[in-house]
Write a protein that binds this ligand. Structure first.
Ligand SMILES: Nc1ncnc2c1ncn2[C@@H]1O[C@H](COP(=O)(O)OP(=O)(O)OP(=O)(O)O)[C@@H](O)[C@H]1O
Ligand SMILES: [Mg+2]
Length: 229
């Protein structure tokens, strides 16, 4: 049983995309026809209600999905018998004390989710604007709890060349987080953006070249994460 929480203060960095696709790949690897319940659960703790992903596809995704928008629900969700891996999607936040009850329900839910997490997955796009929110996420939320974390560069477009990528990797190493940086870079593919809008996960993509490459990134990341929990 391992619980992963996907976290970054900054909005739009790929938290939901990464949550759903890691859940899909892991479920695909573990599911067996004799299971009573799917082995993987994805949980959203966004009290605002959820993006398209969660709302529309809950019934027919291959893995289980749940909303935990009230106190106590997260611990109930991760204790569902038969569930072996949990991926928690979180909203971005504004304010200085995330994960504390000072921040109302959002803070409380985040704190509960962190309490049950074994690994924090932190997506970061290869752009300087994302650096400071990522630093705050690690310094204010992750490090005080002593939680292991992995930084994943997401949404890199190889056609832009590797200047931004190298700069982002350099920044992470300068901060002393080189060993936390995933080797896998999740590339930007239009198929991910379209799929999110339709509530489709990587394991359901068509078998064309771009889709296979897009899927491969999530397979690599899943393997890398398995080595850490
Ligand atoms: N690797 C990628 N390739 C292409 N599009 C991507 C990729 N990662 C994320 N996106 C797109 O970027 C947008 C933001 O991603 P996502 O919703 O996963 O971010 P988020 O961190 O969950 O945002 P929020 O903080 O608002 O919840 C979405 O339209 C998504 O489809
Ligand atoms: Mg999201």
């Amino acid at each position: 049983m391992a619980t992963h929480i996907v976290l970054n203060q900054k909005g739009g960095v790929g938290k939901s995309t990464i949550t759903m696709n890691l859940a899909a790949v892991k479920n695909d690897a573990l599911a067996s026809p004799t299971d009573d319940v799917p082995p993987v659960l994805a949980v959203s703790i966004d009290p605002q209600g959820s993006a398209v992903w969660w709302a529309d596809r809950a019934e027919d995704l291959p893995f289980m999905v749940a909303d935990a928008a009230t106190e106590g629900e997260i611990s109930r969700a991760v204790n569902i018998p038969g569930v072996r891996h949990v991926y928690v999607d979180t909203p971005g936040w504004i304010g200085d004390h995330p994960g504390s009850s000072e921040n109302g329900l959002g803070g409380l839910l985040l704190s509960e989710a962190l309490d049950v997490s074994d690994l924090v997955i932190i997506p970061i796009p290869p752009e300087p604007l994302a650096f400071q929110p990522t630093v705050r996420t690690i310094r204010e939320v992750v490090e005080p709890r002593g939680l292991p974390f992995i930084l994943v560069i997401n949404n890199w477009d190889p056609r832009d060349g590797d200047v931004d990528l190298t700069q982002t990797q350099g920044f992470i190493r300068e901060m002393g987080w080189g060993t936390n940086l995933a080797n896998t870079v999740i590339r930007r593919y239009k198929v991910h953006t379209r799929a999110a809008a339709q509530g489709v996960v990587v394991t359901e993509y068509d078998a064309n070249r771009a889709s296979l490459q897009a899927r491969q990134d999530f397979h690599k990341l899943t393997d890398e994460i398995s080595e850490r929990v």
